[in-house]
Design a protein. Structure first.
Ligand code: HEC
Ligand code: HEC
Length: 128
């Protein structure tokens, strides 16, 4: 009996530690457009590409977190985030409809037409 309890406690602690250790690296809690199984490295590189394409910082789309200097990436309170989601859907759609020839790549990851194609480093694309 005592052994059993010890076993359960040990399992619980291991599970807790496993979840606890995973949390800080799991960055896909509120994805509505990108694949939910996206790797952190891929998510990070896509976010970096948005900032470069629009010539902005992460805070252009992401809300400041309460009580820290950091940003709350999960929050949707910055309306620019939903603007960006619309653009992401458009880009996925264009690539999928007109350029989607590699069936082994998720259309979300196709990089034929991308933000930079139009934005050229500006939040509002230059018209000339
Ligand atoms: C042009 C707007 C834009 C910029 C700039 C931007 N992001 Fe994002 N970010 C988004 C959108 C939109 C989503 C949600 C994507 C979805 O719904 O699939 C997102 C999601 C995320 C998430 C996942 C949050 C979650 O749901 O768990 C992280 C982490 C993140 N961004 C980090 C960054 C970092 C770091 C930067 C700066 C290098 C950055 N973002 C710059 C628009 C932006
Ligand atoms: C086919 C051209 C095109 C592509 C590709 C494109 N955009 Fe845009 N985007 C525009 C135009 C034009 C505007 C300004 C007009 C508007 O807001 O409707 C704009 C506006 C925006 C805005 C609003 C800026 C503001 O200050 O109001 C955001 C955010 C944005 N784009 C993000 C993105 C992201 C992120 C990508 C890549 C996933 C992307 N765009 C790809 C053409 C494009």
């Amino acid at each position: 009996m005592i052994k059993n309890k010890l076993f359960i406690v040990t399992i619980s602690i291991s599970a807790f530690v496993a979840i606890g250790m995973k949390l800080p690296y799991h960055h896909s809690e509120n994805l509505k457009v990108l694949p939910k199984d996206i790797s952190d490295a891929k998510l990070d590189s896509m976010m970096q590409s948005y900032t470069a394409a629009l010539g902005v910082q992460c805070s252009f789309c992401h809300t400041p977190a309460q009580n820290t200097d950091s940003l709350d990436y999960v929050s949707d309170t910055n309306p620019m985030k939903d603007n960006a989601r619309g653009m992401m859907k458009m880009v996925i759609d264009i690539n999928k409809t007109y350029f989607y020839f590699d069936k082994n790549t998720k259309p979300e990851y196709l990089n034929v037409i991308h933000c930079k194609t139009c934005h050229k480093g500006e939040p509002i694309p230059p018209t000339q």
